[in-house]
Design a binder for this molecule. Structure first.
Ligand code: CA
Length: 264
């Protein structure tokens, strides 16, 4: 019904409204001057449909800054960083407190340890002296007599007097293992020298002398000795090789000491 009325109105308006100037929505249509006089006004039409929505307006001006929000949650732990540069070495520490004094030793070799940091030496027991035996002696002049024990009369050490400077022989007072060595200056003649033990040559050293030179001859050995054994140096061979030499500035030496004493 409404649609029908709308169609009728559209058919009527072009023929009777061409001269009209204005419309009054919702009101009566005015009559044209001089036309259709005496006609009754029609029934007012219904309101039209809503128009299409207008375009969006422009953006408003920014509002004032809001209040600061609450802190967020703690994030996960990060990866381990790279190792830093090694620092400078620190200063040297203070010396430690000295150790306690040692117990008295039973024998000499207890105190003979040479390695490591030495502790304080203990009081020597009585037997320590009993097991000490060492000597170091030298020639005072060149050897002139062959085939007899060589007498070293320059005494560097002979505290126990186990070496006899009048005979040139070492006398064993403590059974055990001994170390002997000799360093001979060779001059004017060859040297053939032996280390003797109980009338038997144990060690042989031979050096040929070269004219206008000073040579050296040396030897060393470990020997086990019993009480009463004697050890000395002596020229061997034809008796003509006794070029052992010594003066104020050339030494020839003979040394021996107890390394271990027998324990049984
Ligand atoms: Ca030589």
């Amino acid at each position: 019904m409404l649609l029908l009325r709308a169609v009728l109105l559209l058919l009527v308006l072009p023929t009777h409204g061409q001269d009209s100037v204005t419309e009054e929505p919702g009101g009566l249509l005015p009559l044209a001057k001089g036309a259709c006089t005496g006609w009754l006004a029609g029934i007012p039409g219904h309101p039209g449909h809503n128009g299409t929505p207008g375009r969006d307006g422009r953006d408003g001006t920014p509002g004032e800054k809001g209040e600061k929000g609450d802190p967020g949650l703690v994030g996960p732990k990060g990866d381990t960083g790279e190792t830093g540069v090694t620092g400078v070495e620190g200063p040297r520490g203070f010396p430690g407190i000295p150790g306690r004094k040692g117990e008295p030793g039973e024998s000499a070799y207890v105190h003979r340890s040479a390695s490591g940091i030495p502790g304080r030496k203990g009081e020597p027991g009585e037997s320590a002296y009993v097991h000490r035996s060492a000597f170091s002696v030298g020639l005072e002049s060149r050897v002139t007599v062959p085939n007899v024990p060589i007498r070293f009369t320059k005494i560097f050490y002979n505290l126990q007097s186990h070496y006899d400077g009048t005979t040139g022989k070492f006398h064993c007072n403590i059974p055990g293992l001994y170390y002997f060595s000799y360093h001979i200056t060779v001059y004017l003649k060859d040297v053939k020298v032996s280390l003797y033990k109980k009338d038997k040559a144990i060690l042989f050293t031979y050096d040929q002398y070269q004219e206008k030179n000073v040579d050296q001859a040396s030897g060393s050995v470990l020997l086990h000795l019993e009480v009463g054994d004697q050890v000395w140096l002596q020229v061997y061979g034809d008796g003509n090789s006794y070029g052992l030499y010594a003066d104020n500035v050339h030494d020839s030496t003979f040394t021996g000491f107890l390394l271990y004493h027998d324990t049984n």
